[in-house]
Design a protein around this ligand. Structure first.
Ligand code: 6R9
Length: 654
């Protein structure tokens, strides 16, 4: 990327850490210096916070890049680290999961109880023939058994592939086949939006009628009863969890596995191209998930009630629901359902009920709460909250400020955390209690992490300039490959900056005058208008900064004269519509963007729409909006949370 990002919003607000917060913060400023002085020594020290059956003597082996090995001669058991060691340390009675089902049913699961359940489940899986290295697919709602299932697989040294419960039978089949899963763990269904959302039928469908393809690898299906809907049953293949697990032995000694033993495969969302099975291994992954959860979320396991709202079907759910918090011995909220069921204040009701102290969620959720209005969260007592986190996309300064003021009582620090399925854990984030925060900037690489913003040749762009985000050093929780496709791994992430040995993240970013990182969206979301580089994020941020706008998505549509033209899709606030005529709004917004960023950023077209197309993890599928903006037939919508959205938008645009 040779030219600079030409126009960026200037954001001057700064929030220094409060002395009270800093006094008790887990993170300290000297972590940076420690890591700078001896990066490998720093990670070795973090790794030693885990229990190693066999201590490692070697930290990083980077002799065959980009294939890294961390702590390779050490041996550990991931599940033992998340369970038994807390029980053995006398914390068996500590609550691990404060679970709430969507209909309002509750379960409190202690570390001792979860350990017992996982040991039994591991014995069941072992009885079904699961051995170290075998793959097990998990397709479940957000219930305690889902976490027990992941840990039972990990305990055996086997590899889980969690498939988000909202995915179709087709996506499930592709993922089961790609990984060659031996067992599938599922449930009859889960509760979503006040209804039973069946899961087992999709598994049956995925396993039936395998066409001309290879014979399926799945030998057994283990089924949790949750919703009691009618399910089909294949004798000999299907087993009820409630029959098998309680009846199994509660004795199971955790065996040690090498640090590089595969832990899981997770398929990345299909916003671009065919899904990739991202492979993570054990020791390095658990080290960095544990460390980042501790320092970035300022986790005090004895007193905090942590709540990461992500589904376990996403990397955020793997690292900050299952592995990070449990390895740290924390107490966390686990909620099965959707935020608006049975009422739009459901999340805030849960925060009040369980006394959540640290909340970690996504900008898309924050913006949808903004849309509904502050009066909803304000009906609840949110005073327990002391730290807020954001993940998944750039958070625009308006949403950041709303999050801070309305949810964080204008006091809780916000950590905007940048990372990816591929990175396994948080890479760029403020450290609460240490870093002064800036609304909209994810800011600084964590201690021990090498980050840079470079041009197309891999040269550092310098402060005040934009370019591509790269990771300059191997890190413990880095992906070890793409399942079954080492060439694609090298091609996708390493070829672009082969000469430098950098990992190419696919994100555009800018360094501000302080050297802090501002993420600008995926590189394919950077537009080029008349030779000027413009970020979709930046224009969206300007639009959302207007009092009329609730949400906005911007795409670059090809244009005969300018190369690309800016096209915006905008959702208008209800409160605005009830007081104003929509007449002339598009023109006013066009002018507004021109004022905020510069005339070059003024959208050519602004469409007022009712919804935006989002994946099930909340990412806007700009590819589909680009199809509409360029007057094409809309492409593949199967990864959308609601596939009907695109026909509504197309109709509105016409
Ligand atoms: C954890 C997760 C990864 C992509 C990533 C980037 C975007 C995530 C972000 C962010 C700006 C942040 N992203 N966090 N962009 N600021 N704090 O989301 O993983 O689903 O693999 O997505 O999400 O574009 O490249 P994943």
């Amino acid at each position: 990327m040779s030219s600079q990002i030409d126009h960026l919003l200037t954001e001057n607000r700064r929030f220094a850490p409060s002395p009270e917060f800093a006094a008790d913060a887990v993170a300290t400023a000297d972590l940076y210096a420690q890591a700078d002085a001896d990066r490998e020594g720093f990670w070795a020290e973090q790794a030693r916070a885990l229990h190693w059956h066999t201590p490692f003597s070697q930290v990083l082996d980077w002799s065959n890049p980009p294939f890294a090995q961390w702590f390779a001669d050490g041996e550990l058991n991931v599940a033992y680290n998340c369970l038994d060691r807390h029980v053995e340390a006398g914390n068996g009675d500590r609550v691990a999961l404060l679970w709430e089902g969507e209909p309002g049913d509750e379960r409190r699961v202690t570390y001792a109880e979860l350990t017992d359940e996982v040991k039994r489940a591991a014995n069941v899986l072992r009885g079904l023939g699961v051995e170290a290295g075998d793959r097990v697919a998990i397709y479940m709602p957000m219930i305690p058994e889902a976490i027990a299932a992941m840990l039972a697989v990990a305990r055996l040294g086997a590899v889980h592939s969690v498939i988000f419960g909202g995915f179709s039978a087709d996506s499930l089949r592709t993922r089961i086949d790609d990984a060659g899963a031996k067992v599938v763990i599922t449930a009859d269904g889960g509760y979503r939006k006040g209804r039973v959302s069946p899961l087992k039928p999709a598994v049956d469908q995925a396993l039936a009628d395998r066409g001309a393809g290879p014979q399926g690898t799945v030998e057994h299906v283990l089924v949790v009863r949750r919703t009691e809907n009618e399910v089909g049953w294949t004798e000999g293949r299907d087993i009820w969890w409630h029959d098998a697990v309680p009846a199994a032995s509660g004795e199971h000694e955790a065996q040690a596995f090498p640090a590089e033993n595969p832990l899981f495969i997770l398929y990345t969302s299909g916003t671009t191209g065919k899904p990739k099975g991202i492979l993570h291994t054990s020791g390095g992954y658990l080290t960095q998930a544990t460390f980042t959860n501790k320092v970035v979320h300022d986790l005090h396991p004895e007193t905090d009630v942590f709540w990461c709202t992500a589904d376990i079907g996403w990397i955020t759910g793997h690292s900050y629901v299952t592995y990070g918090p449990l390895s740290n011995g924390a107490t966390q909220v686990l909620y099965e359902g959707t935020p608006e069921t049975p009422h739009p204040g459901r999340w805030w009701e849960l925060v009040e009920k369980y006394g959540v102290t640290v909340l970690y969620t996504a900008p898309t959720a924050i913006r949808s709460f903004m849309k509904l209005g502050r009066q909803i969260p304000q009906q609840f007592d949110l005073s327990s909250i002391r730290l807020l986190g954001s993940v998944g996309e750039p958070i625009n300064p308006e949403a950041w400020m709303w999050y801070r003021e309305i949810i964080g009582a204008d006091a809780a620090p916000i950590v905007d955390t940048w990372w990816q399925t591929e990175t396994g854990s948080i890479m760029v984030s403020a450290l609460p209690g240490v870093t002064e925060t800036k609304p909209g900037s994810a800011q600084v690489p964590l201690p021990g992490i090498g980050v840079d913003v470079v041009d197309d040749q891999g040269e550092h762009v310098g402060n005040g300039n934009g370019g591509l985000l790269v990771l300059t050093q191997p890190w413990p929780s880095m992906l070890r490959g793409i399942w079954g496709d080492p060439e694609r791994f090298v091609e996708t992430y390493w070829e672009k900056f082969q000469n430098k040995g950098y990992y190419f993240a696919g994100d555009g970013a800018r360094l501000d005058e302080d050297g802090d990182v501002w993420f600008l969206g995926r590189v394919d979301d950077v537009m080029n208008v008349s030779g000027h580089r413009l970020s979709t994020t930046e224009i969206e941020s300007a639009l959302v900064g207007n009092e009329a706008v609730a949400e906005a998505a911007v795409v670059g549509a090809s244009d005969e004269t300018t190369g690309q033209a800016v096209v915006a899709f905008v959702i208008v606030k209800q409160s605005y519509l009830s007081a104003h005529e929509p007449e002339g709004l598009a023109d006013a917004l066009r002018k507004w963007v021109g004022e905020q960023i510069g005339p070059i950023a003024r959208p050519r077209d602004i469409y007022i729409v009712g919804e935006l197309p989002k994946t099930r993890s909340g990412k806007i599928m700009r590819r589909l909006l680009r199809d509409v903006a360029e007057g094409r037939e809309v492409g593949d919508t199967t990864t959308l949370a609601d596939t009907a959205v695109m026909s509504v938008i197309s109709a509105q645009v016409k």
